[in-house]
Structure formats: structure tokens, C-alpha cells
Design a protein around this ligand. Structure first.
Ligand SMILES: Nc1nc2c(ncn2[C@@H]2O[C@H](COP(=O)(O)OP(=O)(O)OP(=O)(O)O)[C@@H](O)[C@H]2O)c(=O)[nH]1
Ligand SMILES: [Zn+2]
Length: 368
């Protein structure tokens, strides 16, 4: 006999619908974003095929438009001071793509400031690790042609925030590391869009005192392959060594490739860097902000490790601010550096001059 009083699976949480919407956009299908009676069909241009793009144009009577973020609008030379909406009637898939992310593209003939609901859709693109160029169209409340599309309320985007900091420990197991001895790898599962995160515990840190920690954002090219374009590989190695020297500590290895934009966006940005743009302008060309990272996962991981007070090894003040915003007591900061090379000196200068990192300019200049 079924247990009729047992809770079922009828209720979708905010996080569930947001995660499903992310999957839909990545599959190249539209979702419907609602606010009150308003319904906005949204398709991520980055994942759309030309045929779905054309289909959306027909179904919406060509009343669709392209949301471009403030950084992209600025790169196109628009004096908008915010996100913009570009009408797409008569604009081909290739032309829309050029408007959204091609270097040197012409500014659109007409545009207007984007409405907040359109801008809100870019949050889904960020979670989906897609470029934030969204094709949007208002649809009527009874438009059955979108009935198979996932619908989510705008309120779900902020309502899903709790999930960002909800993690559980999956496993803790030692791994012998070269020059460091055994380090415990602790795997955490959770967050919004469900990524596994890893903490590497070096030595036996004393959690009754400020614990030395490094927050390290993943960098496939630097950490794994020794790319000379950034200092990440050195910082990973040196960071672990510094934690060992400090008598033990924790390196949080966060799944935040490309400052939270994903490996696809980072490699596209590298393409523009090869043409002379710095790391921030290259990201802006793709519609991305200078840093998309968030630190709720780091705060949750520290909580699960029983760590409330830390000494952070970083040159990036945003990491310290992120920890403090989550209630972690940061008692001190220590620098962690890599080697300055001819390939990474421009990247490091940009970190110093445009991203506010605490770096020793004399050392950088001496290397030039
Ligand atoms: N978008 C983008 N991301 C990059 C580029 N080069 C490196 N990254 C990413 O930048 C991040 C650097 O991570 P970290 O070294 O932990 O962070 P940081 O902000 O430099 O701060 P500290 O190293 O702690 O001083 C990683 O996510 C890399 O994948 C780039 O040119 N473009
Ligand atoms: Zn790197």
C-alpha cells in the first residue's frame, strides 16, 4: 500500500528550476522567464543553432531582441552605461553572433537600454558558463508554442542563493604528494549547479588558531600544463609549500576556471589576447565582467572543516572580502607569488593595475 501521508516530489525548489533552466540553455533550447504576468522567452545565443534562432524569430513575429551586457556595449562604443537590447528583426544568426562577441564588430544601428528582466537572464548564462548574449522576446500569457519550454520565475534566481552555500562532505582520503607528504583530499558536493569542490589539507592544521589557507581558482592551462601565460601553476605549487612551512594548512581548490567564466570563455579570451587585448578587455569583448567568482563554496567548505579563523595566502583582495562577507574571520594575509616571465608580465601588470591585486610592482618592472 502506498504511504499517502509521505511527502512526494511535487514541489520544485528555486534551485531545482534554476538548475534545470541552465541545462535547457546549454542544450540550445529556450526557457521562459516570468515576472508577474510578463513572460519572456530566452535563448542563449552561445548555444543556439541557426535553425532554432530562425525558429524563434518566426514564432515571436520578429519582435525578438539581443541582450548585450554593459561590458560588451562599451566595447562596441555604445554610450549606454548599462546592458542594452538590440532589435533582431532582419538580423541573421551570423550578424547577431558578430554583435555579441566578435572583435571589431560594428556597433548596432539601433539599441535601447535593456529592461531588468532581460538583464536578469544573464545570470542563467553565468551559471551555465555561456557567454551572456541572450535572445529575448516577450510572449503572451497564453502562447502555447512555448508550452514544452521550462518556465521559471525571476524570483527563483535570488531564491536559489541559499543553494550556493549548501554543501556536504563526500569523502576525505590521503594522497601522497611530491615534496609534501600525505595530504588529505576532502571532496564536497553541492552548491548551485552542483559542482564538486576539493580541499587539500596539508599537515595537521590547528583549528583552534587562525588556520593558514589558500583559495585557489582552477586553471587548467597553468595548474596542469604549466602554461607560461599566467602565474597559477607556480602559485598552486608555492601555495602548498607555504602551507606546509606554516605548520599545516588548507588549500581550497575551487572549480572556477577562467575567473568563473569557464574554460570555453577563457580560451576565447586567449584568442583576443593573442591579438593584443589585455585579460580584462578580452573578457569584456565577450560580454564578461572582470571577475565572475563567488566565494560561498569556500565559506561552506571551511565551515564543514571546522575552520572559522584564517590567515589567507593570496594577492587578491576580493578573496578576502568574499570570506569576510561569509562570516570567516580573516586575521592576516600573506603573499603568494610565482615567477615573472616575458609571457606573463602583461597579465601580472593587468592584475596589479586593473584588478587591484596586491603585487610588488618593483619586481614586475625589474623583470621587463
Ligand atoms: N578569464 C580569464 N581567466 C584567466 C586568465 N588567466 C588566468 N585565468 C583564471 O584566473 C584565475 C586565477 O586564479 P587564482 O590564481 O586563484 O586567483 P587570483 O585572482 O590570481 O588571486 P591570487 O592568486 O590568490 O593572488 C583562474 O580561475 C584562472 O583560470 C585569463 O586570461 N582570462
Ligand atoms: Zn592561470
Amino acid at each position: 500500500m502506498p504511504e499517502t501521508s509521505a511527502p512526494g516530489f511535487q514541489l520544485a525548489t528555486h534551485a531545482m528550476v534554476v538548475e534545470r533552466a541552465v541545462a535547457e540553455l546549454r542544450a540550445g533550447r529556450p526557457v521562459v522567464l516570468t515576472e508577474g504576468p510578463r513572460k519572456l522567452a530566452v535563448l542563449a545565443l552561445d548555444c543556439a543553432t541557426p535553425s532554432v534562432y530562425d525558429q524563434l524569430a518566426v514564432v515571436t513575429g520578429k519582435r525578438h531582441s539581443l541582450l548585450l551586457t554593459a561590458p560588451r556595449a562599451e566595447r562596441l562604443g555604445l554610450k549606454a552605461g548599462g546592458d542594452v537590447s538590440v532589435p533582431l528583426d532582419g538580423v541573421s544568426f551570423a550578424e547577431a553572433s558578430a554583435l555579441a562577441w566578435t572583435l571589431g564588430a560594428d556597433a548596432p544601428a539601433s539599441w535601447q537600454p535593456a529592461e531588468p528582466l532581460m538583464s536578469a537572464s544573464t545570470e542563467l548564462a553565468r551559471l551555465a558558463l555561456l557567454l551572456p548574449a541572450m535572445i529575448c522576446a516577450d510572449i503572451s500569457e497564453d502562447d502555447s508554442r512555448f508550452s514544452a519550454c521550462l518556465t521559471l520565475e525571476r524570483a527563483s534566481l535570488s531564491g536559489a542563493d541559499m543553494a550556493r552555500q549548501t554543501f556536504e562532505t563526500v569523502v576525505r582520503t590521503p594522497v601522497p604528494l611530491k615534496d609534501l607528504g600525505n595530504a588529505d583530499f576532502v571532496v564536497f558536493r553541492g552548491g548551485l549547479a552542483q559542482k564538486d569542490q576539493v580541499a587539500i589539507v596539508v599537515g595537521k592544521p590547528d583549528t583552534s588558531r587562525p588556520v593558514p589557507i589558500r583559495i585557489h581558482s582552477s586553471c587548467l592551462t597553468g595548474d596542469l600544463c604549466g602554461s607560461l601565460k599566467c602565474d597559477c601553476g607556480d602559485q598552486l605549487k608555492n601555495g602548498l609549500a607555504l602551507l606546509k612551512q606554516a605548520g599545516g594548512g588548507v588549500l581550497l581548490y575551487l572549480d572556477q576556471e577562467g575567473r568563473g567564466t569557464g574554460i570555453g570563455a577563457k580560451m576565447r579570451a586567449y584568442g583576443y589576447q593573442h591579438l593584443g587585448l589585455d585579460t580584462i578587455d578580452a573578457d569584456a569583448e565577450l560580454g564578461l565582467g572582470s571577475d565572475h567568482r563567488r566565494y560561498e563554496a569556500a565559506v561552506a567548505m571551511l565551515g564543514l572543516l571546522g575552520i572559522a579563523k584564517v590567515i589567507v595566502y593570496t594577492n587578491n583582495p576580493a578573496k578576502i572580502a568574499g570570506l569576510r562577507a561569509g562570516g570567516i574571520d580573516v586575521s592576516a594575509r600573506n603573499a603568494v607569488t610565482g615567477t615573472v616571465t616575458k609571457e606573463n608580465k602583461h597579465y601580472l601588470r593587468t592584475k596589479l593595475l586593473r584588478a587591484g591585486h596586491i603585487l610588488d610592482i618593483e619586481t614586475l618592472l625589474a623583470a621587463e
